[in-house]
Design a protein around this ligand. Structure first.
Ligand code: NAP
Ligand code: MG
Length: 509
């Protein structure tokens, strides 16, 4: 079912479909175009965060499965079935793939919702349309990848050719399961690489289905394979593999650092990392009226959307003392009930559970620590009760009176928890914003563009927004400074990062 039809389904329609899908979804490894069990027979339970029930049992890939997939990918790359396909033909496959993702949008949306608890309306309205756009965008890039001819003496032609890298391993997180996987695999495929995905173990279903659709669209089976398994086993085996030439990783900073180690200890494969964030949003003293209202409303969505499980979430609000009281009052009035926990299969619900119960305990623990360190919980700070008690829910939470060195201001909560810090000047706001190991996304809200430009220049992050947050399109490079990573997703630069340049020097005389 496509997205337009999916948008009309009711809560009970989705519930019925979920029952069927849990039985039917493929949970085995997708290697060489076929679903297969793990060689050593490993499995694990895929747990539903809504009630802790077991959705299904997934194959747990390990070293032997990664070896098998890499051998297939290497052979495919060598054969040229994808790597040497004419650009327009490769584009045709990718466009068809995007169309199939759209046609199967309802099923793919439901897969991520049952796996990690994201509201179905977000899947249908945001994630899947962005997945389609991602594949389309990178398809369009394929015949725009060019090399160059450099300046030389008369009897020499010096060319720079761009080539695919070879076997590329992608490792993705669970917070936007299919979208984050596609931000890696779509540019990698567009550049002609044989690509292997290790999805987050909590949410593998949609990437298995998407890979199957790639083959249905005419993609060679060795060009895209999916091997799920535990990070420490399947993920590590991929990142240490001697025949993998690049690893593209999205996940925590902690694991990102390990990927560098694996590369260094194996074959020095290229490493691109998209890691954590602690997004600062600065609200200047001149804010008032309609702009202040818009700033507060945007800040609410910037932290509570996707249950706060967003690397670029605006989790640190840095507010000038002149407007602090008005800002906090408005945030409480507008934000307290803007997001309500419920069954993510209900299209009216905008807040599902966190990905698992471990995350729930971690986030609630961080709220306790914030209070112990002097913060005030203005609302939230607890699990959802009643019928939702068994789920991994945390209600939207606002903590004020936070100072820049408090735990909640320094560490990613990865939950619907916002920390508010009061400052007395622009200088102090910049200093606080930059007091972080992270540098992914930030913003400033002000009516004064000269002031805004100062923040643009002085805040250390890869993406910065003025009077806006969480906006952007496929042309916009997305990636961090500092320990938020070293790569750019989306954008043309991303496809180029999945190529090598070769200097070819022709002596003509
Ligand atoms: P994570 O625990 O770091 O896991 C990310 C991926 O790495 C998963 O597939 C995981 O597999 C795998 N992994 C874990 N340990 C590994 C190891 N030793 N070797 C190789 N792979 C390993 O992150 P997460 O909890 O899934 O996702 C949340 C994090 O992602 C947050 O920090 C968030 O900020 C970040 N994120 C960043 C961006 C960005 O673009 N900058 C976007 C989205 C999310 P398992 O699931 O099996 O452990
Ligand atoms: Mg994980």
């Amino acid at each position: 079912m496509n997205l337009e039809e999916a948008a009309k389904l009711s809560h009970s329609d989705w519930q019925q479909r979920a029952i069927e899908l849990k039985k039917a979804a493929e949970t085995r490894l997708f290697i060489n175009g076929e679903f297969v069990d793990a060689i050593e027979g490993g499995t694990f339970d895929n747990v539903c965060p809504v009630d802790g029930s077991v959705i299904n049992t997934c194959a747990a890939g390990a070293q032997a499965d990664i070896d098998k997939a890499v051998a297939v990918a290497k052979e495919s790359f060598k054969s040229g079935d994808w790597s040497r396909m004419a650009p327009r033909d490769r584009m045709a496959v990718m466009y068809k793939w995007a169309a199939l993702i759209e046609e199967n949008g309802a099923e793919l949306a439901l897969m991520d919702t049952i796996d990690m608890g994201k509201p179905i309306s977000d899947m249908v309205g945001v994630d899947i349309p962005m997945c389609v756009e991602t594949i389309q965008y990178f398809s369009e890039c394929i015949d725009k990848i060019t090399g160059s001819i450099t300046a030389t003496e008369y009897d020499v032609m010096s060319t720079v050719i761009r080539e695919p890298i070879g076997v590329v391993g992608c490792i993705s997180p669970w917070n936007y399961p299919l979208l984050m996987a596609l931000w890696k695999i779509a540019p990698s495929l567009a550049a002609g690489n044989s690509t292997i995905l290790k999805p987050a173990e909590q949410s593998p279903l949609s990437s298995y289905r998407a890979a199957q659709l790639f083959v249905e669209a005419g993609g060679p089976p060795g060009a895209l394979q999916v091997v799920n398994g535990m990070g420490e086993q399947a993920g590590q085996a991929l990142a240490r593999h001697m025949d993998v030439s690049k690893i593209s990783f999205t996940g925590s900073t902690e694991v990102g650092k390990l990927i560098h180690v694996y590369s260094g200890e194996s074959n020095m494969k290229k490493v691109s990392l998209e890691c954590g964030g602690k997004g600062p949003q600065v609200f200047c003293e001149d804010l008032e009226g309609e702009l202040l209202d818009r700033a507060v409303e945007t800040a609410i969505n910037g932290i509570f959307f996707n249950m706060g499980q967003v690397c670029s979430a605006g989790s640190r609000l840095i507010v000038h003392s002149k407007i602090y009281d008005a800002f906090v009052e408005k945030f409480i009035a507008m934000g307290k009930d803007a997001y309500t926990c419920g069954d993510p299969l209900d299209p009216a619900v905008n807040l599902g559970p966190l990905v698992d119960h471990q995350s729930q305990s971690r986030v609630l623990g961080m709220v306790e620590t914030a209070q112990a360190e002097g913060g005030t919980v203005e609302f939230g700070g607890e699990a959802a009760g009643g019928a939702l008690e068994k789920g991994a829910y945390v209600v939207p939470t606002m903590i004020t009176g936070v100072t820049e060195n408090d735990t909640i201001a320094r560490f990613e909560a990865f939950g619907p928890v916002v920390a508010v810090i009061k400052v007395d000047s622009d200088e102090e706001a910049i200093e606080v914003a930059n007091n972080s190991i992270y540098g992914l996304q930030g913003s400033v809200w002000t009516d004064n563009y000269r002031r805004a430009m100062r923040f643009v220049r002085e805040i250390e992050c890869g993406t910065f927004l003025v009077n806006s947050f969480e906006e952007g399109d496929m042309t916009q490079p997305f990636g961090g400074y500092k320990q938020s990573g070293n790569a750019k997703d989306k954008c043309f630069e991303s496809v180029l990062s999945y190529t090598n340049t070769k200097a070819a020097w022709f002596r003509l005389d």
